[in-house]
Design a protein around this ligand. Structure first.
Ligand code: BDR
Ligand code: CA
Length: 313
């Protein structure tokens, strides 16, 4: 089967970086048409730079990387340096990128790519706030029917929130954008905290990355070592949660994940619960299902895949 064409929309972020590396290490299953950076974990200038650094780390310098939206649709940007460090990619010492951003705006690249490629063949993979994708849909509503699927990391049901008591970071940062995505009318697959908080890098798993002995394996080990401190202190977790790699792992091995096709709506009014993903897990609302909301992951299978693919780079 031909590899699945994707656009990765991202705000690296150590876990975004690992998600990108997993995709770039899996060319038989995934063709990365481009990477679009968005403001999120850190401001846009840094997420764009970090995207370039990750491509260079992987040795994939031909992947076009575009800068996108600087701020959410209707709110001030909230960032997460307290989790990811000042650069967003704290941990390893990576060289400044030689690669340059491709000219043009990320939103235009998303629109043009969806219009150029055969309808129903391009999957969008948002790993950060949904500003770029929502802006593309606002600017060019015709692309909605051309999207194969949106597979995103965001939201939570049982785990409720990480940035506020009620909301997950990516959705909270731009709830208006998330609302547009969840109403776009096509296929959506969601990797919420309910799944990603199970994808924990234990010491043993981190040792396996390091034992690859390659610059990529060692950088991944150093990234996860850096950002584990936040979740360890806050939740008492065993290690860093690999949120965003759940998205790219799903494209390669969907059987690693289990979920339910349910209605998901986004809170956009209440400051108290802003960005909450109201997932009708128990089917009590009577509202029409619009998303496959994942709830479980085969964690050992996930880390076996990740370690093997990181090892290919
Ligand atoms: C999400 O927020 C970011 O900090 C991570 O990169 C991930 O995309 C988890 O809530
Ligand atoms: Ca992210």
């Amino acid at each position: 089967m031909a590899p699945r064409k994707i656009i990765i929309d991202t705000d690296p972020g150590q876990d975004d970086a690992v998600a990108i590396l997993l995709a770039l290490g899996s060319p038989d299953e995934i063709e990365v048409l481009g990477i679009t950076a968005v403001a999120g974990n850190v401001p846009l200038a840094l997420t764009a730079k970090n995207s370039l650094m990750v491509c260079e780390l992987a040795g994939k310098v031909d992947v076009p990387v575009y800068a996108g939206c600087k701020a959410p649709l209707g709110r001030e940007l909230v960032t997460a340096e307290h989790v990811h460090g000042k650069t967003g990619l704290d941990g390893p010492t990576l060289p400044d990128p030689v690669m340059q951003l491709t000219e043009g705006h990320a939103v235009d690249f998303i629109i043009e790519t969806l219009r150029r490629e055969k309808s129903g063949t391009v999957t969008l993979c948002p790993l950060g706030p949904l500003t770029n994708i929502a802006t593309a849909l606002q600017k060019a509503p015709d692309i909605a029917d051309r999207i194969a699927e949106i597979v995103l990391m965001g939201g939570a049901y049982f785990e409720v929130g990480n940035i506020t008591p009620a909301a997950e970071f990516n959705i909270h940062v731009d709830p208006q954008a998330a609302d547009i995505i969840f109403k776009y009318g096509g296929m959506i697959t969601v990797m919420p905290l309910d799944v990603t908080h199970k994808a924990l890098v234990t010491k043993e798993r981190n040792d396996a990355f390091r034992a690859l002995g390659t610059p990529v394996g060692i950088a991944v080990a150093e990234m996860t070592e850096f950002f584990e401190r936040f979740d360890k202190e806050k939740y008492g977790s065993l290690g860093a949660p690999l949120h965003d790699p759940c998205v790219t792992a799903y494209l390669i091995k969907p059987e690693l994940f289990k979920g339910r096709f349910v209605n998901v709506e986004i809170e956009t009014q209440s400051e108290l619960t802003m960005g909450m993903t109201v997932a009708d897990w128990w089917g009590v609302s009577g509202r029409t299902p619009n998303a496959t909301f994942m709830g479980n992951i085969d964690v050992d299978g996930f880390f076996a895949l990740l370690t093997e693919r990181i090892g290919r780079l």
